[in-house]
Design a protein around this ligand. Structure first.
Ligand code: IPE
Ligand code: IPE
Ligand code: MG
Length: 241
């Protein structure tokens, strides 16, 4: 998608944008680099997209950083991603904090996530907890199926009666009950897959697929996706007004 027109309707900015940051490995491979160099290059893309989201007035930006299925990758890449995410948090949290970004995480905090990384996650969350400009949620060791399984477990553990199980009650047990439904769901890299990302929250999201590999993603691509979103007619099962 090529952005030719920056004119966006400020009354129809999506409240919640979700991004699948995909294509790092291919970005690196076509340049003769290591796959992990692609992850490194993705950091600049992320910061630019965060700034773009702030500029637009998006309230919630959720990015997919590591899926529950990504443990299937070679151990070297998995270890790189653990250390890399820790280092991004340490190096970028002050800058994000100054921008008014509130950092949150969704995902399973199981034993495979290194303690050092968990510590940095907690630090970033605590440091930025009172910020109000943008909530940046990082989906880490995240999968929608795991999230729904965990929600069911919490419901059962709470002794809820069958007749009290409602959509609201389930939503209240998701990793971040405050997270609003996704309005705009974006995936880079030319793949047309959901890959277990925010399935419950995206039930009525508008899906936009970009050919760009994540390391090349910049705020202009986000603006283009929002432009596309604004051309859509959301009906939520009803009829257009
Ligand atoms: C996305 O890029 C980052 C993670 C999944 C951690 P990929 O690593 O999936 O890159 P491709 O899809 O193989 O190009
Ligand atoms: C989704 O991308 C996960 C992240 C971007 C973190 P993948 O590259 O893991 O997804 P598949 O395997 O192509 O579906
Ligand atoms: Mg991928």
């Amino acid at each position: 998608m090529v952005l030719t027109d920056h004119s966006l309707d400020s009354d129809r900015i999506p409240e919640h944008v979700a991004c699948v940051m995909d294509g790092n490995g291919r970005w690196a491979q076509i340049r003769g680099l290591k796959r992990t160099d692609g992850h490194t290059a993705g950091e600049e893309a992320l910061l630019d997209v965060v700034e773009g989201a702030v500029d637009l007035g998006v309230d919630w930006l959720t990015v997919y950083a590591f899926s529950t299925e990504n443990w299937r990758r070679p151990i070297d890449e998995v270890q790189f991603l653990m250390r890399f995410n820790e280092s991004i948090l340490v190096r970028r949290r002050d800058e994000l904090n100054e921008m008014g970004v509130r950092i949150r995480f969704i995902g399973r905090q199981d034993w495979r996530v290194p303690k050092r990384l968990k510590r940095q996650m907690d630090e970033a969350v605590n440091l930025t907890a009172n910020n109000t400009t943008l909530t940046l949620t990082i989906a880490f060791n995240y999968g929608s199926r795991a999230e729904l399984v965990d929600a069911c477990r919490k419901l059962v553990a709470s002794g809820v009666k069958e007749s009290d199980i409602t959509e609201e009650r389930i939503a209240a047990e998701l990793y971040d009950p405050e997270m609003p439904d996704v309005d705009l769901w974006v995936r880079t890299s030319g793949e047309y897959r959901i890959s277990n990302y925010l399935i419950w929250q995206s039930a009525y999201a508008e899906l936009v697929f970009l050919d760009t590999y994540w390391p090349d993603m910049r705020r202009d691509h986000l603006f283009a996706a929002v432009k596309e979103y604004q051309l859509r007619n959301r009906r939520f099962g009803g009829l257009s007004s």
